[in-house]
Write a protein that binds this ligand. Sequence first.
Ligand code: SF4
Length: 198
Amino acid sequence: MGNGLDTYIYRIGDRNYINLTNKCTNDCEFCVRRTEKGVAGYELWMEKEPSAQDIIDLLEKDKTDVVFCGYGEPTIKIDELKEIAAYVKNYGGHTRINTNGHASVYHGRDIAKELVGLIDEVSISLNEADAKKYERVVHSRYGEDGFRYMLNFARDCVKYGIKTTLSVVDVISPEDIETCRRIAEDIGADFRVRHYIA
Ligand code: SF4
């Protein structure tokens, strides 16, 4: 669903995935934006990014649980994200963000705090076991500091009582997966190993 040209909402299972922006603070080696036009059969590059009202108008016809996810970093459009999340919470839907965890450093303020009551769940890509390896894979605009900023955001989400999951893909070594598991435990976040799909 979109404006006729762009896909603003795409359906996977029983949830609507919301495509807010194509911009990102990372340039991950594995990002599907490098090789694909979209996911799950949807083209997700946009000519014009949606306003909050564009998305709300679409959700009005299909009031489901939602995931703010790709084709870019959704928290870059934080004002729109919060307005849409408030609308979804108002009709009793569940809200999740799939994020690289750079929201607070990008906006220069504590974004995790602003998500309380609006976002039920945050899934953060941990990717790697330390800052050097992380940077090698994600090519963050913040360099190796991107790793620390991401973990700080995860800590803040946990602190504010938002269900928080750190995730890795099973392309890294078993040793690094265990290190990542410990990092998540130390923070008090859940941990998820996702299976790599070529
Ligand atoms: S953080 Fe996500 S959207 Fe951004 S480059 Fe990496 S995989 Fe792509």
